[in-house]
Design a binder for this molecule. Sequence first.
Ligand SMILES: [Zn+2]
Length: 255
Amino acid sequence: MDLLPADLRECLRGIPSIGVITGAGVSVESGIRSYRGQGGIYDDPEEGERNAEALSGPILRSDPDRTWRVVAEMARASAGAKPNAGHEALVRLEQGVERFVLLTQNVDGLHAAAGSKNIIDIHGDIRTTRCMSCDALARLTPEMLRELEAAPRCAHCGGVLRPDIILFGEYLPPEKYARIQAEMVEDPPDLVLAAGTTALFPYICHPVIAAAETDHVTVEVNPEPTVLSDVVTWSLRGTAGQLLPAIADAILGVS
Ligand SMILES: [Zn+2]
């Protein structure tokens, strides 16, 4: 069965520049569950809320061990996750078109693991740490991350390390935000595609809205309708692992 409408396939074929926006839905098929909400790793919603609180700027500063215990728990919940067909389709697209940018809200590093290059990981990467004293960046292995019971320390200065992710109540990194504006909003790609995201954050919706307002092609892939469903040219119901390979085939002319 053809997963895409014929007019969409026609429109996508040979499109030269693409911007993709991904969210948690793209990682679900890799076995990564969100840390709260429906289907989250906590059965008890109150526990989920307490852990969301631990992932906030104020708790990081007052009790970094508490933040790190939750980060380690998230790492254990996604242990062994591998990129899926959706991640792999985006790698093929990047290799096959003239211009490609991938804006992701996911902190699991799976797009990079699959081989995507031009990534704006706006919320950071859970495997990277930043020293709160000297600003040095370092990587944690998955094993180190899973086994942490307290905040790790900087190898250079002994300062407390933080996960290099945006916590609740923190600002977006200005240089990544500037890249969204430059690569997706001011000069939108011919196609802007949102996959596996409910797109609640303004900086996630905005590139799609900017592209729609300037008559660029916009497509959404999500199992449920979202705030973007009435904005985009095509809103497709399904998972990223099902639909992104079909979209990549249509663009690249693979029959
Ligand atoms: Zn340091």
